[in-house]
Design a protein around this ligand. Structure first.
Ligand code: FAD
Length: 466
């Protein structure tokens, strides 16, 4: 029996970018083959990323909210943690979504090939699966091979040193945990473990957590979390020694403890590296840079005319929704449409407590680019909904072009910031100005009202804030 396939479009990798590209291409009438090395569709995001982390953050939030109720007159008993059940809950969420993708692929007659794909030429790919090799002859290819966690070579290989995938396995709740890297993934997983009972320390080499976000946003977050985490900024880990009774970590820098500190677990969350070098893209003539990123144009085309690349493998921000939109554009271009990927803003959200979210230009970027901008902030201490929810630590910030009053960016720190951000993203994409936003009637009392009110502050119609 021949294992050879001829297809109009082959998509390499079935993460958010890959499955979105495959489904859009199939919807546009193309014959599509989707190659995936993992057991299930969905890639990092559904299996070991966005979705399982949010299922666990949901558990963390319920625990935290129950604790907070004590100050409003309702006291619950101490939570009883059943790790097996928490894991089952998380796994059931993942299974529901990955199973859904199987159905969507079948419905569209997308041919899924399981195995590891490597290019053998600019129109050929060999997939090594458990039943042997499948040779695929394609007209067009979309590389959606994603990324994997960065390891630090000086940290010993030890079961007690985990990456985000290990953290999501929830094998135990360590007493003392070190999160190495103060980015979004480290803080989200640190939140989960601290809500479940771990003492969590966070060490960050730079002088700010979540370096991509504006300082004021991160400052509000850090202040709220001063009792949740022991945060060591401008500090680096220089050595880790694995002993029977724990991992002994030596620090250097501003907040460095003088002696090595013992931890039960270390979560290494220092970033992700692209998988561009692992699929023999060079055999198809595709240029991959030394870090593993593949360069593309605004139509997501690589230097080889019939080969496209999308998602984490083409660069920052490494986010699922960016991959999805890029996947759509690549499929549409292959089908003959003159489409381009040129969003006015790509939202970033840290699903921490409180959440930090931003879209469009940040104040920091505006400064670097020498743009003439002005920011308006609405403090949640003046929001009825935030006060009623006992969560006034946040604020909403809008960034406007000083000359045209057009909105260029926005950022929110506070509960539900990620959900709220959509309105700002839409305003940016639609080219709204401060007056458009200020004149939009927002429901009262909502947190979203703070977006309208920030615009009113900018327009000068509110001046009496606390
Ligand atoms: P991936 O999801 O990485 O998928 C690539 C797929 O390709 C994988 O399934 C891999 O097995 C397969 N593959 C690779 N090479 C080959 C090959 N040669 N042959 C066959 N198959 C191959 N992003 C968000 O937007 N929001 C979040 O809340 C969020 N949370 C996250 C939490 C964690 C813990 C992590 C780790 C990431 C999170 N991300 C989040 C990032 C998000 O997961 C990625 O940006 C997204 O998955 C990238 O999608 P992708 O399609 O580029 O690749």
């Amino acid at each position: 029996m021949s294992n050879d396939i001829k297809t109009q479009v082959v998509v390499l990798g079935a993460g958010p970018g890959g499955y979105s590209a495959a489904f859009r291409a199939a919807d546009l009438g193309l014959d599509v083959t989707l190659v995936e090395a993992g057991q299930t569709l969905g890639g990092v995001c559904l299996n070991v990323g966005c979705i399982p982390s949010k299922a666990l953050l949901h558990v963390a939030k319920v625990i935290d909210d129950a604790k907070d109720m004590a100050s409003h007159g309702v006291t619950f008993g101490a939570p009883e943690i059943d790790l097996d059940k928490i894991r089952d809950w998380k796994d059931s969420v993942v299974a529901k979504l990955t199973g859904g993708l199987d159905g969507m692929a079948k419905m569209r007659k997308v041919n899924v090939v399981n195995g590891y794909g490597k290019f053998t030429g600019s129109n050929t790919l060999a997939v090594e699966g458990k039943d042997g090799v499948t040779n695929i002859n394609f007209d067009n290819a979309i590389i959606a091979a994603g990324s994997e966690p960065v390891n630090l070579p000086f940290i010993p290989k030890d079961d007690r040193v985990i990456d985000s995938t290990g953290a999501l396995e929830m094998k135990d709740i360590p007493g003392e945990m070190l999160v190495l890297g103060g980015g979004i993934i480290g803080l989200e997983m640190g939140t989960v473990y601290s809500s479940l009972g771990s003492n969590v320390s966070v060490v960050e080499f730079l002088d700010q957590l979540v370096p991509a976000a504006d300082k004021d946003i991160v400052q509000a977050y850090t202040k709220y979390n001063k009792n949740r985490f022991n945060i060591m900024l401008s500090t680096k880990v220089v050595a880790v020694e694995a002993k029977d009774d724990g991992l002994y970590v030596t620090f250097e820098g501003k907040k460095a403890p003088a002696e090595p500190v013992r931890y039960d677990k270390i979560l290494v969350a220092v970033g992700r590296k692209p998988n561009g070098n692992l699929c023999d893209a060079d055999k198809a003539g595709v240029k991959v840079d030394e870090r593993g990123f593949i360069n593309v144009d605004k139509q997501l085309r690589t230097n080889v005319n019939n080969i496209f690349a999308i998602g984490d493998v083409i660069g920052q921000p490494m986010l699922a929704h960016k991959a999805v939109h890029e996947g759509h554009v690549a499929a549409e271009v292959i089908s003959g449409k003159k489409h381009f990927f040129e969003p006015q803003g790509i939202p970033s959200v840290a699903y921490t407590d409180p959440e930090m979210a931003w879209v469009g230009i940040t104040e920091k970027e505006a400064k670097e680019q020498g743009l003439n901008v002005e920011a308006a902030k609405f403090p949640w201490a003046a929001s009825g909904r935030a006060i009623a929810s006992a969560r006034t630590e946040g604020f909403t910030k809008l960034i406007f072009d000083k000359d045209t009053h057009r909105i260029l960016g926005g950022a929110i720190v506070g509960i539900n910031a990620g959900e709220m951000l959509g309105e700002i993203g839409l305003a940016i994409e639609m080219g709204a100005d401060a007056e458009d936003i200020a004149l939009t009637v927002h429901a009262h009392p909502t947190l979203n009202e703070s977006i309208g009110l920030a615009a009113e502050i900018y327009e000068g119609s509110i001046t009496d804030l606390p």
